[in-house]
Design a protein around this ligand. Structure first.
Ligand code: FAD
Length: 315
């Protein structure tokens, strides 16, 4: 095995947790683990990544990389891949990674394996049929681009060492700069981001109305959790689409997923089936969600959720 690259995901001067999760996977794959950091004023992040047992970190630091655009990231990464010829390139299966990974793969003539959740003896494991089954996929050619589902692999610990930092010359073609990000509008929330949260409390049609999500917010506040929703709750206008979990929403893999008043349709399971522990609260003992739940409570959510909140407060 040659070089295995971890393409860091960073936002506002911070490396995202998935970056360190990809370092763990890179070590499992073997070979020379190296990092790539792309952005503006990111040399400090390259040094930080170098403390996690990464042999070398390539840093593409350029004022035009302050805002992410597909074309700019693709240009930088594709040129670097062509020059350095890594065998495997790991990219987060985040909204951003899903955007530039396939374009980069096309540019460098690489194959891509998407949304992997495991690695076993040279092959990658990925969910198919909306999470109903898993398939094992290997590569017959390199470089290979692999997008990695966040929150699945444990984050690597610091090893204390320092990596060699190599600055990458960045230049763009006029077509790379056609799209300009004029403004980034941030949603302000005191809660963790859904795809990064360790605990998620999600509500479905059983919540009966937007005002009742307050019950879930209270529970989430005690647990330090994010609040998600099923599509039924989103389609009803009770929650914004950015909170939707599932096939046409976000894919999440928290340590604990509490599904409240959610029936467990296949499209919902597609987004949360890889959660480590699933707890379901539903008044229907036949609800499909109980088939995937590790713990189930059959009963009225309007009684159970406040009780849980009170009990967790005592801990
Ligand atoms: P329901 O199926 O209506 O379930 C509500 C549940 O609440 C029931 O099980 C009921 O027993 C329980 N309940 C009611 N009252 C109470 C109470 N007082 N206490 C306890 N339990 C109670 N869905 C998604 O979630 N995410 C997606 O991304 C998604 N993408 C889709 C894509 C496509 C192409 C299609 C066709 C569908 C998609 N869906 C998605 C929709 C999906 O098929 C289901 O319709 C949806 O998940 C149902 O949401 P729900 O479980 O909240 O509602």
């Amino acid at each position: 095995m040659g070089k295995v690259w971890v393409v860091a995901e960073q936002r506002e001067g911070k490396l995202k947790k998935v970056t360190f999760e990809m370092v763990t996977l890179a070590r499992q794959i073997g070979g020379e683990v190296e990092g790539v950091v792309i952005g503006k004023d990111v040399k400090g992040l390259a040094s930080e990544l170098g403390e996690y047992g990464v042999g070398k970190v390539y840093v593409a630091d350029h004022p035009d990389l302050e805002q992410y655009t597909t074309a700019k990231y693709t240009r930088v990464l594709a040129e670097l891949i062509n020059k350095e010829k890594p065998e495997v390139v790991l990219i987060a299966n985040s909204a951003q990674g899903r955007d530039f990974a396939p374009r980069t793969a096309q540019r460098v003539g690489a194959g891509q394996i998407s949304d992997i959740t495991g690695y076993e003896e040279g092959v990658f494991v990925r969910p198919i049929y909306a999470g109903k089954a898993y398939t094992k996929v290997g590569a017959t050619s390199h470089p290979l681009i692999v997008t990695v589902r966040p929150n699945v692999f444990p984050a690597a610990e610091k090893t204390g060492g320092q990596a060699a930092i190599e600055e990458v010359a960045v230049s763009f073609m006029p077509e790379d700069l056609k799209a300009i990000v004029k403004e980034v509008v941030k949603q302000v929330s005191g809660r963790p981001e859904l795809t990064e949260a360790d605990i998620i409390v999600s509500g479905g049609r059983g919540m009966k109305g937007p005002e009742n999500f307050k019950l879930l917010e209270d529970l989430a506040d005690v647990l330090g959790a994010a609040v998600g929703a099923s599509r039924a709750a989103v389609d009803a206008g009770w929650r914004e689409h950015r909170y939707q979990v599932g096939q046409t929403g976000k894919t999440v893999s928290p340590s604990l997923y509490i599904a409240v008043g959610i029936s467990g349709a296949i499209q919902h399971l597609a987004g949360m089936g890889s959660s480590k522990v699933i707890v379901a609260i539903n008044k229907d003992p036949e609800a499909n969600i109980f088939k995937v739940a590790d713990y189930g409570i059959v009963g009225d959510l309007f009684e159970i959720v406040p009780l849980l909140t009170e009990e967790f407060k005592k801990l």
